[in-house]
Design a protein around this ligand. Structure first.
Ligand code: ADP
Ligand code: MG
Length: 622
């Protein structure tokens, strides 16, 4: 075939492929247009998963009669005038492609009236050409109907999934936008039936209830925006300073799940940047990093986080579907997100509580600060006013180490906020209530009494938490206790493991494990973290290597935290170890000093709380 220029209609269809992939992408473009037009009320109707019918009605600005045809032209937009404007985009649309693309692959009917005009316009576009135009009486706003999607490109039709799947994509999309825009009223109707609705009253908790239901929504915590770390709270220098203060122009808001709530996949991790739903691996990783040690491995949080920053600091013109962005200073933004999430979690981490009359094996964690309210309104109130437990206990310093050879001297609880080694100032409101040790059962659990009932504490998990926070604090203070070995211990490894050790020598040495190659498959251990002093170093090294192999964590800092977690796990008192009363007292005192005393570094609970009122209920006293 000789080279030739493609006909315009074919060019449109090829280009449309990038913008309109499935019914949900049509819905996305149309609701973004409505949001850009200042709409506060949006109705989305679909039939057959959007395949045969999609209609978006809005009460936005409408399109002036003289511009309606133009709106369907390729690269026709009212949102961008010059190249300069590209640098600070404040609207969701700007490429002028959506209407043209949709109209080239479906039949589109547009009814619209501009707020400034008295008469509205109706046009029908089929296969990219305008086939009908008339003046109509209509309320201000725009109604766009899309029929028989992809009828001009049957190949595309074949790629669509079942109606249910396509419909689910639309459900997800609308619920995400509803969370990002709580002031807009959304009404989603599938096959003539309303399936999702929000009031547009501006309350994100209300939208969370509409999306996830009350049970889940009440385990979501309001995110507090943290400024970037400018200096170490103890006056030490820090490497985390935002270079030019760019992080200061970043604000985050939204809701994140308490550690008691998680999912097996990432599908409820939602981030909006300047009102735009984006898929950003880096930002997601920043949030996951903040959950490190609070969630079990393989579990993921739920969150809706809105990041707001100066439009000049973010490039949105990366992809036609506009779901990716590029940040001018991504590090500063990641840090703000990570710190904000971490701080919020640390301030709110709850103690799991046994539900009344629930078999012990299936207990559900919940906040211990409130009784479960029965009415919807009471639950809503609870969600809004969720406050962490306050403790009045006087936390004296100078706590000794008797009974715990591995744990070193008294320290103020300067604790590291996460794997990125940011130092967080200690906070009061996640502290444990004063606990009195009663005894031990099964050589596994410590029983203690608090101001409100009984606490069952997992001795191994609790000690892991104590050791982990101490290790992190020591590391931040460049003060890790290391045991140098007079006689280095040779350890045999496989060639694969040898390469792995070579690659990770630095991070291993940062936690106190110094290794030296000795022949092709042998390494000499020169020093070990003091915590491992009584351990079989060969076994410990094998486990550390196994952790490195299993690691798919995105940041090196996470790798380090994982290794530290392993060291602490090995060093912690084991289940099955009988403890004396002073030993148990000491363990509880040390746990009280932790910033996150309620979970072990793997995210499992360190304790379960049986409140006095629950016990009374169980015994039929009330
Ligand atoms: P873009 O959104 O990138 O500008 P579109 O093809 O989506 O491109 O829309 C073209 C133009 O049509 C928009 O710039 C806007 O002026 C107008 N428009 C589209 N939808 C609406 C709507 N719902 N309300 C008001 N104006 C709209
Ligand atoms: Mg648009």
């Amino acid at each position: 075939m000789p080279i030739h220029i493609l006909p315009a209609s074919l060019v449109s269809q090829i280009a449309a492929g990038e913008v309109v992939e499935r019914p949900a992408s049509v819905v996305k473009e149309l609701i973004e247009n409505a949001i850009d037009a200042g709409a506060t009320d949006l109705t989305i109707e679909t039939r057959d998963g959007g395949r045969s019918f999609i209609r978006i009605s809005d009460n936005g600005s409408g399109i002036p009669a003289a511009e309606v045809e133009l709106a369907f032209g390729r690269h026709a937009t009212s949102k961008l005038a010059s190249v300069d404007d590209l640098n600070h985009i404040t609207t969701l649309g700007f490429r002028g492609e959506a209407l043209a693309s949709i109209a080239s692959v479906a039949k589109v009917i547009c009814m619209t009236r501009s707020r400034e005009e008295t008469v509205g316009t109706r046009i029908t576009v089929e296969g990219g050409s305008i086939v009908e135009r008339s003046s109509i009486g209509a309320p201000a706003g725009t109604v766009i109907t899309v029929e028989n999607l992809f009828y001009t490109v049957p190949a595309r039709l074949k790629f669509l999934k079942s109606d249910t799947t396509e419909r689910r994509q639309i459900d997800t999309l609308i619920s995400r936008y509803a969370m990002a825009y709580p002031t807009i009223r959304f009404n989603l109707i599938h096959n003539g039936r309303t399936s999702f609705q929000t009031t547009g009253n501006g309350s994100l908790p209300d939208v969370l209830i509409a999306v996830y239901g009350v049970e889940v929504a009440e385990q979501m915590i309001s995110l507090t925006s943290q400024p970037p770390l400018r200096e170490h709270p103890l006056g030490l220098p820090t490497a985390n300073d935002a270079p030019s203060g760019e992080g200061e122009r970043v604000r985050v808001a939204g809701y994140i799940s308490a550690p008691t709530l998680s999912r097996a996949n990432r599908s409820d991790m939602t981030i909006f940047v300047n009102g735009r739903w984006v898929q950003d691996r880096g930002l997601n990783a920043a949030v996951l990093q903040a959950y490190h040690t609070l969630l079990m491995v393989g579990r993921f949080p739920l969150f809706i986080i809105r990041v707001e920053l100066n439009p000049e600091d973010v490039d949105v013109n990366v992809h036609p579907a506009k779901t990716e962005v590029r940040f001018r200073s991504s590090d500063a933004i990641f840090r703000v997100v990570q710190r904000s999430v971490r701080r919020t979690l640390i301030d709110h981490a709850p103690i799991p509580q046994v539900q009344p009359s629930t078999p012990a094996s299936t207990w559900q964690p919940s906040f211990d600060t409130h009784e479960a309210p029965s009415s919807h309104l009471a639950r809503l109130e609870q969600l809004r006013s969720l406050q962490p437990v306050q403790s009045s206990v006087d936390r004296g310093s100078g706590i000794g180490d008797q009974g715990f050879a591995q744990v070193r001297g008294p320290e103020t609880p300067t604790v590291v906020g996460g794997p990125s080694s940011e130092v967080e100032p200690p906070v009061a409101n996640n502290q444990l209530p004063p606990l009195r040790v009663i005894g031990q059962i099964g050589a596994l659990y410590v029983i203690a009494e608090g101001p409100d009932g009984m606490y069952l504490i997992d001795q191994h998990a609790a000690h892991e938490r104590v050791l982990y926070e101490r290790f992190m604090a020591d590391k931040a203070a460049l003060n890790i206790a290391v045991q140098h070995l007079l006689d280095p211990i040779p350890v045999e490894v496989s060639p694969d493991e040898s390469t792995l050790l070579e690659e990770h020598r630095e991070v291993l040495s940062a936690i106190g494990l110094q290794l030296e190659p000795f022949g092709s498959s042998t390494w000499l251990v020169r020093s070990i973290p003091a915590l491992l002093i009584n351990d079989d170093i060969r076994v410990a090294l094998n486990e550390l290597v196994a952790d490195l192999i299993a690691g798919d964590l995105p940041f090196a800092a996470n790798e380090e935290a994982k290794l530290i977690t392993r060291v602490c796990k090995r060093a912690a008192i084991k289940g099955g170890q009988v403890l004396s009363l002073p030993e148990m007292n000491e363990l509880i005192r040390q746990l009280e000093l932790c910033v996150s005393p309620r979970t072990c570094p793997h995210g499992r609970p360190t304790m379960i709380h049986f409140s006095a009122s629950q016990m009374a209920r169980e015994f039929g006293r009330i």
